[in-house]
Design a protein around this ligand. Sequence first.
Ligand code: SF4
Ligand code: SF4
Length: 129
Amino acid sequence: MKIVLKFSQKIMQDPLLADVVLETGVRLNIDRAFVDASIGEIVIDVPDERVEEVAAAFRRRGTEVREMDTPIVFDETECVQCGACVSVCPVEVFEYKDDRTISINLKRCVLCKTCIAMCPHGALKTAEE
Ligand code: SF4
Ligand code: SF4
């Protein structure tokens, strides 16, 4: 399962990921990382059976943790089949089933939000919106 970690600049100075790997012994796969001067956001892939343990270890270190069950919400009624999302998604979440229908595999999503910005018809949003 993918989980989203959000942490402040203060925590960024610590070897957060390394500490959690050492504590839990779980190998974490980083899908996406965004870090600037004030905040960090990382999406990691964790074996389903170890998610609670890993999430607790991050929370103990002051990190906000959210499971990414439904990263992107797709409103089929707003989709105009333009294909913009198919072109921009870096992990091939979208593909054409046939000439006119988009199919979606959200398990691959790393929540980069590029498709939301590119969709011309508001058919895509995050689960929090
Ligand atoms: S947010 Fe959109 S573009 Fe980014 S990985 Fe998920 S589905 Fe693809
Ligand atoms: S970018 Fe939006 S409107 Fe275009 S195919 Fe994707 S979901 Fe549909």
